[in-house]
Design a protein. Structure first.
Length: 162
């Protein structure tokens, strides 16, 4: 699996079930990177989407413990084992959040696309800081980009081969 996320300097990802920043170039990168690919997300992340509807033009898988939850236009699974049993190509599936889903599925990921926004934000949800994990390596980083009043870099992390 792959993971895609935008983080603040303190690896914050959200507050009050919303994104920390509105950055058109990051949204474009997210859209282009995940279009046509399977996306894996949690209920709270789904609820933050317009009309709480799955993302269009890509298979959506909702990972949620609530066995009564259903969602038109998405596959719902209640455990990681159930997720991993699905007949999909996980090498091209994207974990898109939120916080709990990132934490649960990071061990199954081998590539992470991280948009780093050079600001500290008042977040209540965080991504694991990959710079502090010895099994992850920063393999590429874009030049600084200015967009909508924010400075950001697009970074790619790979899980180190052992």
């Amino acid at each position: 699996m792959k993971l895609i996320v935008a983080v603040s300097e303190n690896w914050g990802i959200g507050k009050d079930n919303d994104l920390l920043f509105s950055i058109p170039k990051d949204m474009k990168f997210f859209r282009e990177t995940t279009m046509g690919k399977t996306v894996i997300l949690g209920r709270k992340n789904l609820e933050s989407f317009p009309n709480a509807k799955p993302l269009p033009k890509r298979p959506n898988i909702i990972l949620i413990r609530d066995k009564t939850f259903s969602c038109d236009g998405a596959t719902v699974v209640n455990s990681i084992d159930e997720l991993l049993a699905l007949p999909i190509d996980f090498s091209d599936a994207f974990v898109i959040g939120g916080e709990e889903i990132y934490r649960q599925l990071l061990p199954y990921c081998d590539l992470c696309y991280v948009t780093k926004v050079q600001e500290t934000a008042d977040a209540d949800k965080f991504m694991v800081n990959l710079d502090e994990l010895p099994e992850w390596e920063l393999v590429s980083e874009s030049e600084e980009i200015e967009d909508n009043g924010h400075t950001l870099t697009f970074c790619t992390y790979e899980r180190k081969k052992v």
